[in-house]
Design a protein around this ligand. Structure first.
Ligand SMILES: NC(=O)c1ccc[n+]([C@@H]2O[C@H](COP(=O)([O-])OP(=O)(O)OC[C@H]3O[C@@H](n4cnc5c(N)ncnc54)[C@H](O)[C@@H]3O)[C@@H](O)[C@H]2O)c1
Length: 230
């Protein structure tokens, strides 16, 4: 999904720094996007990587006005089988990652205000799912962090919102049987359908929205049971 966000932001005139731990894939995307994009190795659990990524955005493009916290993993297990290691790993990437990103980017975002932070949560940040304990907790955490930071940075004209996708066709869902997970619209979404929302939240078009949740889930949260009842 991050690649779709980068492409959409560039197509709307942004310059982007792309960070990932998959250096070849990330560099290939930056090459595709040309002069408007730079790739940097960024493990979101690493504070030094974050500092370098922010520094690159400021030195290469003259400032930083948008941060999209997109990196995430999923792991599964029933209580009793789901391990402490699984929990620690998912919380580190999905929740501590955005916290470290926001911490590293704060001053640059304030300096470039009006600015926007877009935190990619999930519908798992709105409801519980069996066997998804770490994922659910981390995505609720992202939603909460969005609100505390949103209130704190509002006086600096830095807006902070969370995005809550449903089932999106990416590597993360490539090996899952999606049929049982689909909402009323009856299909999984393309990453671009989330990217459109990210562009809106990144831009001044969403100038009055902060500390809020934005759902893009084909109706799952709003009317999930309706599918079976029709
Ligand atoms: N695909 C879905 O249906 C769906 C639904 C709701 C929310 N989301 C969320 O959207 C975001 C993107 O998910 P996706 O579906 O594109 O997943 P994906 O697995 O296709 O991509 C995730 C990306 O995060 C990167 N990543 C993993 N650990 C990292 C780390 N420590 N540092 C930096 N990068 C790291 C991976 O290398 C990969 O490029 C995630 O936060 C995910 O939880 C996905």
């Amino acid at each position: 999904m991050g690649a779709a966000h980068a492409r959409a932001l560039v197509s709307h005139g942004a310059k982007v720094v792309i960070g990932d731990v998959l250096d070849e894939t990330g560099q290939a995307l930056a090459d595709e996007l040309g002069a408007e994009a730079e790739y940097i190795h960024l493990d979101v659990t690493n504070e030094r990587d974050w500092a370098r990524a922010v520094e690159l955005a400021v030195s290469r493009f003259g400032g930083l006005s948008v941060l999209v916290n997109n990196a995430g993993i999923v792991n599964l297990g029933a209580i009793g089988e789901y391990s402490r290691d699984q929990w620690d790993l998912i919380v580190a990437i999905n929740l501590t990652g955005p916290f470290l990103g926001i911490t590293a980017a704060r001053d640059a975002l304030v300096a470039s205000a009006p600015s926007s932070i877009v935190n990619i949560s999930s519908i798992a940040g709105m409801m519980g799912t069996p066997n998804q304990h770490g994922y659910t907790a981390s995505k609720f955490g992202v939603r909460g962090l969005t609100k505390s930071v949103g209130g704190e940075l509002a006086p600096f004209n830095v807006r902070v919102n969370s995005v809550h996708p449903g089932v999106i066709k990416t590597q993360m869902t490539a090996n899952l049987d999606l049929e049982d997970m689909l909402g009323p619209l009856g299909r999984a979404a393309e990453p671009e359908e989330v990217a459109n929302l990210v562009v809106f939240l990144a831009s001044d078009e969403s100038s009055y929205s902060t500390a809020s949740e934005f759902v893009v889930d084909g109706g799952t949260l709003g009317a999930f049971t309706a599918v079976d009842e029709v």
